[in-house]
Design a protein around this ligand. Structure first.
Ligand SMILES: C[S@@+](CC[C@H](N)C(=O)[O-])C[C@H]1O[C@@H](n2cnc3c(N)ncnc32)[C@H](O)[C@@H]1O
Length: 510
């Protein structure tokens, strides 16, 4: 197939970024735990960004580069385009100092010169890309016959992208997501009937639809009625966006932000934003922050080996803050006495004067090279012993719920105001809520189902409880919960009685 009839139109970088962000494929996550498929990679608009994010993520989580094998599958039938993308990716991997033998292995593993529709593919967590633009009338008889055999929804009238959507969706594991920028004609026209039925029969939903007919999303001009469509399993909120020609990367960031928080902010000249839900009632509930709950992630130090200690004599006593660390949680409780301490260089929002703390001073100077090698120290050389985040003394003293990033269920843990959360825990506090009552709600299957829809699932069915997904949770207003339900939710939380918490929540959420 030559370039003229292989439906080749390349996607702009900011659109690629928007789609990857939307799916949670960001280097903040441990991407070595995910498998992503690009079905028609061309010269690599998506795949180059994917490789970059994967490398960054491995660096952040200190994962050896070998583990990147199996994380990406990129297909194309265009030899020249594949040669081009292989070359660019080789250069990119070189920048991450990956040795040549491994680069060769990765290229061999990641790239396939193969017809995506006919390829035999292992299940994936994410299928993302921009499938070829080939109209029904331009597809040869032979190809149509072959694809009709391989697929359920490919008929005489269907354009090529439908074949890619069906095959892509069949490639997903149970909790996987597909995100394509392609024509949205299938959503309404006759040739999309079979595909729409396929979605319904397989419990698949369009959860995000960003109509970009008037947006310059591609490197070439194209009249293809493009939309960014995110399809996933299970009941879900649907976000419908219509963009106008002023839509750009700034609006894209705003949309991704809205989507991750589950908020409907239509205050934009560039797009119109509507949220709907099969269970429309859920939208009557405020998001967790609207309901008066603050949340965030624990402290990142940039060098845990230096800033976290199990020896309470290493620096002055008042420089030690008991640290809530995910692995120290036993039976949903933190240890009665601290196991780990954070060595705290902060006081009232400023760095302490080292001369006033001789032990602290010696300790930091002993580790000077390690501390100065951190990105944050290079950025602020005169503050070379700072942690990445500042310490918020107030947070330590507050009653809070702490939630591990990765777990099979949403598992809030109560902390009564002694420990400071490490970066491997998310925290929630409130001036309005008794946090143990909130704990009862978060423990329920009702909330777990919301989390499942919102978050990215990793291998082994583990969900990510990241702030961006937690923020999308909707909870009842505290004042609307009866005293009896409050007592029972608190008891269910203390007893870790998920069944009881679920029963109450099913009633509260209607
Ligand atoms: C619209 S371009 C998209 C390229 C890239 N994903 C991007 O967004 O910049 C479509 C690509 O699909 C490829 N293609 C066409 N038919 C294919 C098939 N059956 N299997 C895999 N790739 C195919 C073309 O060679 C082309 O590179």
């Amino acid at each position: 197939m030559n370039k003229k009839n292989n439906g080749c139109i390349y996607t702009k970088q900011w659109v690629v970024d928007m789609m990857l962000d939307l799916c949670g494929y960001t280097s903040e996550n441990n991407l070595s735990l995910m498998t992503i498929v690009e079905p028609s990679c061309g010269e690599g608009s998506f795949v180059i960004e994917i490789v970059d994010r994967l490398c960054k993520s491995c660096k952040k989580y200190q994962i050896e580069p070998l583990k990147m094998l199996g994380c990406i599958r990129a297909y194309d039938i265009d030899k020249d385009a594949l040669a081009m993308v292989r070359k660019t990716v080789t250069e990119l991997l070189g920048k991450y100092q990956i040795e040549q033998a491994l680069v060769n292995n990765l290229l061999y593993d990641w790239f396939r010169e193969e017809d995506f529709i006919e390829a035999n593919i292992d299940k994936a967590d994410l299928v993302i890309g921009n499938p070829p633009y080939i109209r029904a009338t331009d597809i040869s008889k032979e190809l149509r016959r072959a694809y009709s055999k391989a697929l359920d929804t490919f008929t005489m009238g269907t354009d090529m992208y439908i074949a890619f959507m069906e095959k892509g969706l069949k490639t997903l594991n149970e909790s996987g997501k597909l995100c394509f920028i392609c024509s949205d004609r299938w959503q309404k026209n006759q040739s999309g009937v079979k595909f729409r039925e396929f979605l319904k029969n397989n419990d698949l939903y369009l959860s995000f639809n960003c109509q970009m007919h008037d947006v310059e999303a591609f490197e070439q001009d194209v009249t293809a009625y493009p939309s960014i469509s995110l399809i996933q399993r299970g009941m879900s909120e649907k976000v419908d966006i219509t963009c106008n020609s002023t839509f750009d990367c700034v609006s894209a960031k705003k949309i991704v932000d809205n989507f991750s928080k589950g908020i409907c902010d239509t205050d934009s000249k560039s797009f119109n934003y509507i949220i709907s839900n099969d269970n429309q009632k859920i939208l009557d509930f405020p998001t967790i922050e609207e309901a008066g709950i603050s949340m965030g992630i624990g402290i990142a130090t940039g060098k845990d080996a230096v800033f976290i200690t199990e020896d309470p004599n290493v620096v002055e006593e008042d420089r030690l803050v008991p640290l809530a660390y995910a692995r120290d949680i036993k039976d949903y409780h933190f240890p009665a006495k601290p196991i780990k301490w954070l060595i705290n260089p902060w006081e009232n929002g400023n760095l302490v004067k080292l001369d006033e703390y001789p032990k602290l001073r010696n300790y930091f100077y002993e580790h000077e090279d390690e501390l100065k090698g951190r990105h944050v120290a290079k950025k602020y050389p005169d503050k070379w012993f700072r942690t990445i985040d500042k310490l918020n003394t107030e947070l330590q003293r507050q009653e809070k719920l702490l939630i591990r990033d990765m777990s099979n269920m949403t598992e809030p843990i109560y902390e009564d105001g002694h420990y400071y959360p490490h970066h491997n825990l998310y925290w929630m506090t409130s001036d309005i809520w008794d946090v143990e009552i909130l704990g009862g709600i978060l423990l329920s299957d009702v909330v777990y189902k919301m989390m499942e829809q919102n978050s990215v699932k990793m291998r082994g069915g583990v969900i990510r409880n990241q702030a961006q997904y937690l923020r999308k949770l909707r909870v009842p207003q505290y004042s609307s919960i009866s005293d009896e339900d409050k007592v029972n939710l608190k008891k269910a939380f203390r007893d870790r009685d998920r069944t009881k918490a679920t029963k109450i929540c099913e009633r509260l959420y209607g």
